[in-house]
Design a protein around this ligand. Structure first.
Ligand code: AMP
Length: 140
């Protein structure tokens, strides 16, 4: 697979407004923000979707995400925010390199709009689905 724009940003070939970098993680401002401070937190590992990410990179992202969220909210004077992570074209993933959006939700409006067409979980379906997922997890 050819490299993505995020790999080129991480390498410094394409300019970005960097807010954080360590050995495994790079974070920068989104070029088309949903709200001021909209930040992308990206593992340097070029996995396409979250399920393909190594435990090392996942741990590195998990360790720093709350800190970056705190910094973005403090810098923008925002209290509420969304963390969004899209996987696959149908799920609105435009750049095929894992990334987490940290999107402030200003009191004045803006930020992420979410359609949430919730259903209802029947007891039998819940039992069957939870069992199926747990069985997959038990495989390792
Ligand atoms: P997604 O739809 O989850 O794949 O989001 C990709 C995000 O990358 C979008 O919000 C874009 O605005 C953002 N993006 C694309 N190119 C750049 C760039 N050169 N610098 C900063 N953000 C970018």
């Amino acid at each position: 697979m050819s490299e993505t724009i995020f790999t080129r940003i991480i390498r410094g070939d394409i300019p970005s407004h960097r807010v954080y970098e360590d050995e495994k993680v790079f974070a920068f401002l989104d070029i088309a923000p949903l709200a001021p401070g909209h930040t992308l937190v990206v593992p340097k590992e070029p996995a396409v979707t979250l399920d393909a990410l190594s435990e090392e990179s996942a741990a590195a992202i998990g360790r720093v995400l709350p800190r970056i969220a705190r910094a973005v909210m403090a810098a923008t004077g925002t209290r509420d925010y969304n963390v969004l992570q899209n996987n696959g074209v149908a799920a609105h993933q435009a750049v095929p390199h894992v990334h987490f959006h940290v999107i402030p939700k200003p009191d004045a409006g803006g930020g992420l709009g979410i359609g949430w067409p919730s259903g209802h979980l029947e007891a039998e379906d819940g039992k069957r689905l939870a069992g199926a997922v747990a069985a997959q997890l038990a495989k390792g």
